[in-house]
Write a protein that binds this ligand. Structure first.
Ligand code: PLP
Length: 394
């Protein structure tokens, strides 16, 4: 591999040059079953014809103008996202971190508009919100922050899935303006709180005039079996951020808001050269259309249920022995927690031509495409179960 790539990733020894649905092909032509989809990005699988077609057509028509002008495709996408989410306005950008930056800026400005001098956002331990300075400061993982101090101030970290921790952090703190969480913690080990957690946060935000911010960058766009994971709890946040699955691999991020949060940013207060280009919006519109026409939220819910059932069956012995500690997740955001570190399974899966991931050291993470067939699911379940059994027996 080239020495001219900055050394920010520990890469696996494989390079893919082509994709087709749930399969990736390396430079020798070998096929790999993809149960990770670029970390919850390619929900429709690779090289989806409708997205490819939309991108090609738009590229041959108009790629970029500027947010100094009207952008019809951007307006259409904003209308669609607001219809699906019950939110009211969208700011478009190019990544998850940027979407969260916008959310954080809205929360701070909302505070300043109320004469709060040091606006503070409650965030969760083990959260992940991105790699820019403010989003890594919001992130609840010291490994991601180390060496980049001084951190951006204005964040208080509390335990996830613990309403009392939020309440006590807010007690006697008149600088709090918002609470920001992921509905399911993707990088933090697939922590999956009960539906009441988001409902309690919603109620607490209402009572205290805080903004509720949901980071749906990984959970959003049908991944968990609803358009947005907050919908499992019947909760509409004040601000919601999206990115990963939105363009099926075409870079696009979005910060959605409603009510006062939707009116907080005014001309000159925020911007993005590339945000919401005709090309990016064409990719996202095509992605959402395929998802809607094929009811892929329901497909994700059903297949996620199937995965969990089948894993509970195939791993029943290891569950009994408490070696498999938990099988959890929502929709096609799945985690299998072992009683031991298992990062080496990523490499061993690769040897078996399967792409998976491990987070938080001991949680196997699966983020398969929403179009995964039962047959492909069975194959993933079989190989992952074998891998776990082999790991335990060696
Ligand atoms: C991936 C992710 C981000 C960061 O997105 P980037 O596009 O990598 O900047 C933020 N929050 C969550 C929950 C994520 O999963």
């Amino acid at each position: 591999m080239s020495d001219h790539i900055m050394n920010t990733y520990g890469r696996l020894p494989v390079s893919f040059v082509k994709g087709d649905g749930c399969y990736l092909f390396d430079d020798h032509g070998d096929a790999y079953l993809d149960a990770l989809t670029g970390i919850a990005v390619c929900g429709l699988g690779h090289a989806h014809p409708a997205v490819a077609d939309a991108v090609c057509k738009q590229a041959a028509t108009l790629v970029h103008t500027s947010n100094l002008y009207g952008i019809p495709k951007q307006e259409k996408l904003a209308d669609k996202l607001c219809e699906l989410s019950s939110l009211e306005r969208v700011f478009f950008c190019n990544s998850g971190a940027e979407a969260n930056e916008a959310a954080i800026k809205i929360a701070r400005r909302y505070g300043h508009n109320k004469d709060i001098k040091l606006p503070t956002i409650i965030v969760a331990n083990k959260s992940f919100h991105g790699r820019t300075l403010s989003t890594l400061s919001a992130t609840g993982n010291p490994k991601i922050q180390q060496g980049f101090e001084p951190l951006v101030p204005g964040f208080i970290h509390v335990d996830y899935n613990n309403m009392d921790a939020i309440k006590s952090a807010c007690n006697n703190n008149d600088q709090v303006v918002a609470i920001m969480v992921e509905p399911v913690q993707g990088e933090g080990g697939l922590a999956t709180p009960p539906e009441s957690y988001l409902q309690d946060i919603r109620q607490f935000c209402n009572d205290n005039h805080y903004l509720m911010i949901l980071d749906e960058i990984q959970t959003g766009v049908c991944r968990t079996g609803q358009w947005f994971a907050g919908q499992h709890s019947n909760v509409v946040p004040d601000i919601m951020t999206l990115a990963k699955g939105l363009g099926n691999g075409f870079p696009i991020g979005a910060c959605l808001a409603r009510g006062i949060a939707a009116e907080t940013l005014t001309p000159g207060t925020h911007g993005s050269t590339f945000g919401g280009t005709p090309l990016a919006c064409a990719a996202a519109l095509a992605t959402l259309e395929v998802m809607e026409n094929n009811n892929l939220a329901q497909a994700a819910a059903d297949l996620g249920e199937y995965f969990q059932q089948q894993f509970k069956h195939s791993l029943s012995d290891l569950i009994e022995q408490n070696i498999v500690v938990d099988i959890r997740g929502r929709g096609l955001m799945l985690g299998i927690e072992l009683d031991r570190p298992c990062t080496e399974l990523v490499k061993r899966a690769l040897d078996k031509k399967l792409l998976i991931n491990v987070t938080a050291d001991s949680v196997i993470r699966l983020l398969p495409a929403l179009i995964t067939s039962r047959e492909q699911a069975d194959k993933i379940i079989q190989i992952v179960s074998e891998l776990i059994t082999e790991l335990v027996n060696t």
